[in-house]
Design a binder for this molecule. Sequence first.
Ligand code: ATP
Length: 253
Amino acid sequence: MITVDRVRKVFTLKNEEFVALGEVSLELADNEFVTVVGPSGCGKTTLMNILAGLETPTSGQALLDGEPVTGPGPERGVIFQQYALFPWLTVRENVEFGLRNQGVPRARRRVVADHFIALVGLERFADALPKTLSGGMKQRVAIARAYAVNPSILLMDEPFGAVDALTRVRLQEQLLATWSRDRRTVVFVTHDVDEAVFLANRVVVMAARPGRIAEIVDVDLPYPRTEQIRLSPQFTALRNRVWSAVHHQEPVP
Ligand SMILES: Nc1ncnc2c1ncn2[C@@H]1O[C@H](COP(=O)(O)OP(=O)(O)OP(=O)(O)O)[C@@H](O)[C@H]1O
């Protein structure tokens, strides 16, 4: 279980304090798929960085199964938009990297890496260096690399932001297929309300100034999420509800 317990994050810039996160509290059960949406600057990335152990809260804490998060850990796979690949390693070597750290034997590493490279549709580029790939392709390598080490928690911050619309739908479907086969906890930040509703069993809507949770919407649509579900009136109703929670926020005086 992930617990966010009264987390506050204040940044100080030129002696001015900026409250990126007010008191945010949230509990995520194991194997939940939670998406986080909200206007720019509402603290989504700050929250993810705190869960990833890359940033410490000013007060309050994040806990994993009751243990405070004090840094990154192998049980948390991180896929952030800015999360860079190693430029001197090929696609396959990048995907194998975490497995190598875990001491997985060479032959097994290759099988696992090739499986996830195929899952993101990059078989033909397994021996290529990152600099020869487009932004969206690099992001797919980062996804394959995170999946390969099989973390129990996936933290994804706008992972599909840089990919084209068609690839995006394909990656959404693959992510859900992987998650359905092999459930794990996913926290997924997006700007895209449709994506938030399509993927999640709960959508956390955040508001800005100070960053806080505005509303949590349960998405009681069955999995697998099919195109039929995407086109259903229930989906549209939920999407409209999340949309208005994001776009019609009362400014804080
Ligand atoms: N290291 C930092 N120093 C100072 N201010 C920061 C820092 N990191 C974030 N902030 C500020 O905190 C606020 C929240 O930033 P954050 O990146 O978490 O928002 P976000 O919801 O992810 O935004 P976006 O959707 O635009 O990525 C922003 O106003 C940002 O300027």
